[in-house]
Design a protein. Sequence first.
Lengths: 481, 688, 101, 472, 163
Amino acid sequence: MLSLIIWAPLVGALIVLCLPKEKVTAIQAVSFIAAGVSLVASLVMLRAFDADSAAMQFVERLPWIPSLNVNYSLGADGLSYPLVLLTTFMCVIALVGSLGIEKRVKEYFFWFLVLETGMLGVFVALDFILFYVFWELTLVPMYFLIGVWGGPKREFAAIKFFLYTLTGSVFMFLGLLAMYFKGGNTFDILQLMQLGPTWEPRFQILVFLALYLGLAVKIPAAPFHTWLPLAHVEAPTPISVILAAVLLKMGVYGLLRFCYQILPGGFQWFLPYLVLIAVINIVYGALCAMAQTDMKKMVAYSSVNHMGYCLLGIAGMSAAGFTGAVFQMVTHGIITGALFLLVGVVYDRAHTRDISAFGGLALKTPVYAGLMFLTCFASLGLPGLAGFVGEFMCFLGAFPMWKWHAAVSVLGIIATAAFFLRMMQKVFLGTFNEKWAGIEDMTVRELVSVVPLAVLTVWFGVYPTWPLSLMNKTIAAMLGK
Amino acid sequence: MLEHAYLIPLIPFAASLIMFFGAKEDPHSPAPWIGVGAMLISLGLSVSVLLAFLGGAATYERNWHWFSFATTMGGKHFVHDMPIGVLIDGGAALVSVVVCFVSSLVQIYSIAYMHDDKRYKRYFCFVSFFTAAMLGLVLSSNLLVTFACWELMGLTSYLLIGFWFEREGPCEAQKKAFMTTKLGDSGLYLALLFLYSLAGSFQISQLGQFFSMGYAPAAVAAVIALGILVGAAGKSAQFPLFIWLPDAMQGPTPGSALIHAATMVAAGIYVVARLYFVFLAAPDVMALAAWVGCITAFMAAAMALVSYDIKGVLAFSTISQLGFMMCALGAGGYTAALFHLTTHAFFKALLFLGAGCVIHAVHTNDMREMGGLWTKLPVTFWTMLAACCAIAGLPLFSGSYSKDMILAYVWEFSKPMFWVMLGTALMTAFYMFRLIFLTFTGKDRDHEKFHHAHEAPGLMTVPLVLLVIPTIVSGLALNGVIFKLAPKPVLHFQTAAAHEVPADAHAAPAPAPAEAHAEAPAAQHHGDEHHQEGHLPPFLHYLLWVLVPASIAFSFFLYRGPKYPVADALKSALAPAFTLLERRWYMDDLFNVLVRVSDRVAALCFWVDANVVDRVFVDGWGLVMRVFAHLSDLFDALFVDRTVDGFGGLTNDVGVGLRSFVKDGQVQEYLMYAAIAFSLAATLILTR
Amino acid sequence: MTLAHYLAVGSGLFLIGVFGALTRRNIIGILMSVELMFNAANINLAAFDRFLHPGGVAGQSLALFVIAVAAAEVVVGLALLLAIYRNADTVYAEDFNLLKG
Amino acid sequence: MTNLRLLAPEMVLSGLALLVLFVDLFVPVKRARLLYHLAWLSAAGVLVMTALTLSGASGAHGVGTLWSVDPFSQFLKMCVVMTTALCLLMGLDYAALPERHAGLYSALVLFAAAGLMFLVSATDLLLVFVAMELVSLSSFVLAGFERMNPKSNEGAMKYFVFGAFSSAIMVYGISLYYGATGGTKLAAAGVAASPLLLLSLVLILLGFAFKASIAPMHFWVPDAYEGAPTPVTTFLSIAPKIATLGVLVRLFGVVFPAPAWELTSLLALMAVLTMTLGNFTALFQDDAKRLLAYSSIAQAGYLLVGLAAGGTLGQEGVLLYAFTYVAMNLGCFAVTQAVGQAAGHYGLSAFDGLYKRSFGMALAMSFCLLSLAGIPPFAGFMGKMYIFSAAVKSGMMWLAVIGVLNSVVSVYYYFRIAQRMFLRDATGEAAPLPVGAFVAGGVAVAVVGVLLFGVYPEPLIAGVKASTRFLP
Amino acid sequence: MFEQIVFWSLAALTLGSALCVVLMRNTVHSSLFLGLSLAGVAGLYGSLGADFLFAAQIMVYVSGIAVLIMFAVMLLGRASDLHLRQVNDRWMAALLVCGVSAVGLCKVAASFRLAFATTPTKPGTHALGRLFLGEYLLPFELVSLVLLAALLGAVFFTHSEKA
């Protein structure tokens, strides 16, 4: 089942590759079917998924490279399954957003589907080599997606993204190798989870640092975050969505899955620094966002800030914090995805994202403004919307251990509110800027991509039972070990 | 009816949803009546609940499962259930009735007031939503829900202040309001975190027990109380966060009446009262709260003295009255605060709605352009006069009961504070009647506006009249039952301790003045003394009866005519003081400085990000290599076609450095390096 | 006479060859210098045969191979040089700088 | 008597080379392409033959007087012959080769291939030397094969001068080795580790380094590669490198277990130098062939990491990497040849907008480049993984760190090509890229290899493991 | 005694001529000195008793290669050559490199300063022959391929093609 989810997009990609590039509709249809199969399959899995079990489910295991004891092994638990759902869902949403792509359609959808396979694989791989393959598999399509369909500085952004991430991940790779030998030639993640905690602290710390470097770039944790604003700004809208919604989650997922579960010693050692980084991410990210005039860049920095909440939750070493981190990952994916889509909407019309170029848009585009308000408020953590739940639980988890850090981080919440409010004021409120007299409200396609996200935002904010129930047991068990 | 109490917030919530999704934007839309109807149902429910409590019902709590999440407590990891539900005591019932009542009337009033607005439906939607949130806050048994409602009220406040967003003023104001309250909310946020990490629950009843049993260390309780106080200061516009409220008046007037006068701003007071057990465990913070309230009341009243904006005066008076409530809470007057909250809601709503009628009539906020309107707007005049009497504390009007009760607590708490509060009360009487005199009496100052003024339609005046009733009688009606309805909570461990060690260091309010020292603990400890509390010594009563009319008279003396030479003379004589007040104690400027500083910090952060953090990792090694290359006399090589655009220093400069070894393509240079390798091998190996 | 003497001569010749290869501007000069280096190795081989492995001829045979190969190299080198000379009219090493960087 | 039959494949190949020369006498210039076909078929035949010896139990293992044949050497020989066959195929579509010298060209390539095969099996420095000279001399001529092209001339000349110089150094090293051990056998049984022996080994190593383009003997590489005809460049960049590294594995892994000789650190140092110099210098190249030349230097550095790491894992790593390297480098050069030929130059701008002109070629090129960069799921990743795990296992974490960082740097220049192919548009009209059938075939083989062994490397790894099993 | 005189004179001849080869301004002179130096080496072979090597050196090197080079010099020489410096400006670095290497190589030589020849010289041609047709058969044959390749290359390069 997991295999189906992972490979369906790749199969779709290959089909797309075989289609002639003039048949745009066919290409789009195939892409939707491929991504749709993944989505449906992951939803169908919901029925079989046992939320009361902390164990790996849907485990698949086939020998892949027996000589090296590398296996094709997949599995999902309460930590990864929500992220799988998020990925399949956001990919379909981003595909809807991609319908506006007119340049080199075939290649676009090809790379997009390859990217989806990579992302899904990262979350369900239970073998380090498999994991690493998927991890890197996300890089190449991303490079092309940013590089070909991006903004004016796309080439630079693409290569910077690639090199930055690769630099981190090669260290992670070395860490994996070190664990392989330490663990008696195994890349099996579950097995290493048993072995890892028994290793001597020094080794754990070293390997932790190696893994952390790779993950931190992806998260992105300060000070390795500078690739993010550029990549986000330059990427085409759907790709920004994917980047924010899924790619960043890979880092936090890795932190929870590997760093914590395999190397608790190293994790414990790193906690004081981790929480510091979290605080920097939160406060500094929010302040940087405050200084932005480009909406997309602002949202990008807000991602830095939001991932800081995840880190804070993780640093709390408590179930509430971990739950908060995972939940925050999901909700950040939804909310920031929607934000990028919405920024894309205005950019498509006005060809500028400069905050001060607008004014009073709410008059002309009430639906757009309403959705934007909803999403912004969700992002700044208004209770009743999804953003609050994760954020609050992160704080809740971190607070018993890191009171002062949490208190300082609250400044970040205020700054977040400040920049979102200012953006809304300058763009949507105030006197109408006559320059945009001809601007139109959202089209059906745009609504189709944003409204589901908005619905989820409200749903998860008001009644987060369902997503939480998926992860509760796993996280309690994770910490209970 | 208690078991259906949960419907009280849900009905308006449903109404707002129905209006939002179901109704079209249309001046003749029946949508507002949905809101009004919902409100009336809620009102009925809450009245029945109140009646139950008046009949002696016990505190009622009912919870449902909301969501559960994994959590860690005391080293154990388990799945924690988060319930959602209602917790109703007398105070909650009382406040919910107030909210429903005021909201119903405001909505009825608004039907006429907002009739010509193009976002007619949206307005009612917001108001219903606000009411739902407020009722949720009042009734919720779960502090997290309380907080959520608290924030949602902030949202509706934001939306309503900026309701006319085409103009820049409301937009600035709404942002300011949201940000300032958010600043305060962060305190409440931290308090919540602290409470949970301490007690492992958000259930107010459980938290109450926890504190009541004395499980909370005093220092922790103090920190939590401080956090709550900060939150309340933001929401209830206490010093120093009151700056947002005057600006918030740029929204529709009925909205202001409901949100920024009668109910939402009282939420801070209400939450402090709801979590009073925390404050009881932290006497220091209580004293602080009292002083904060006192300072707020005084500063706001002073500002009201010089304002000519009719809504501005009301806004300052709101702040001032909220200061009274906060002061009462700090001084131990739990019941008094709730009492004043109730009466204030009625008369302040009335005042605002009345002001709305005035503005409706003359299309200006400036009282200097009004005058003599009582002939044109008789209903408005008489109702507002009643409200002014109430707020000024004239005997028999509701305000006098609650205000006297507060003053009584303050008298017991601290004498200096009492005199400040007394002065503030007199100032209140002065500026409120100043408003009446400037607006309604004397001759018209702006003939044009006067001429066009006319009484508001019935939909607007009926609510005024309806509000007059509680404005007058609620004080008298509640005075007898309020102590039974909302008795001050008691901490069991302190009462227990009081029997053994009367001067328990734990409970002693250190910063309180000396004379309060002996009395305050006693006041806290003995619930049966409540009936003796809340009454001023008789001589002070007489003093009030003399001074209040005197200040009204003084006001009349100053502002009776179309011109007010004495006031102007005073103004020129006390110019610095007037300027200080007109500039709102320079608090706005302080706020602007804060904003500017934070903008600067943000810009600095971003500069650092783009020019330091980014470059350290991208170009840092490049710098090192450049130095290295310079030392190796390869500097010229650095200027050889730097083809690599952006990415970096590291790769770029190292590459240039390395390439310069062979940049000429001379084969004998190649040989040279081979020979060097040879000679190094020969020498190093053989001469070891 | 000891082996050391022969080895010293070999070393000297080798180093002279190296020096020449590094400094002669003319490619033929470089070629000649390289030949000197080959010969230095051959002297070593012959000397080792004589002093360390009397009666053995492995060194000598190796030297013969070297001679043969060196001859082949000279032939190819000179032919190549001739071809270049026809095209570029130069035999100086520093003139070969089309390819660089 | 001397177990010569073990060397049947290379002797057959030499014979076939002579046959090609002989046939050349009778083939008219117009039909000269026949000779190419004959040549690549010979190589393919020998490939099959080698593979058969590997599968046959008897033929795959044995020791001659100066050589030893084992699965290890056979594996490398297969790589070499495979490369040879594919390069000859590429030559069929390379217009700049003079038709009338087809026989000579083919024969020289086959000579070089035969030399490399001998080299791989050699256990005696004499054979090593002679085989290497055979390779060198053939290569010198091949590098200058476009003799009217001044660049080709110059590249060949530099190659020659450097080659002669380094082989002189190597011969000197051999002479010292003879002095130290009393023979030229690569078997150090009972020989004390004297400084003399160490020096001789280092000098011999320098000679090998020249062939494998390892720093500091790599300077000739870009010049010779840029000047040489592209099929020759392809051949030179692959076959000698992997053969030489193979011999070094035998030398340091079997004959002189490196750790005992303190040469490990030297090898590691050279690996670092090679990788770093190769990668960083490649960043600035604007000529595709030159860029790939520097990249191939860097690749030699990675191979050397495996060598320095040693152990079974390192040996296997070298073989595995060598094999994947054949596929990926060949693919790159084949596409480059097609592109360069169409554009008339090998500047990077020739790649502009390739996606529009030939999407398949562009995709193939990027796959091969990604593989060279070591990005999964391409075969190069498996090779790198193997090599760096060997380094990690043998405790040379620092070397692995430098190695992976280098591979990050390499991405930058590999992506300069990818960037031009996909992210830029050609300046002029985007005419479809003419791709010869043979080049296309070569590319296809390479891409299949790169993908197949990237996704499912098990058979390859099993083969590699079997091949190194005989090494002690 | 005689042995020493022979050795020293041959050594002086070899090294002196070699120095001339690398230092002479006139390339023709250089090539002449090359012949002389190679002859000196041949003499050293003789003094070491390597008779076949001696013969091969004279035949291949002195009369073959040196002459070939001399021809090449004359063929490829330009009129201006005589006025040009034949040593490039890297000579100081080169000298340094050689000097440093010399230290190491002298150590090698010095380590054998006690290795005297204990047995008289004897002709090795016979043994060589056996070796070439026995153990060294393969490389011997391979050398023929080397020479063939060189020959083909030489022909290819020198063949004047004006087509």
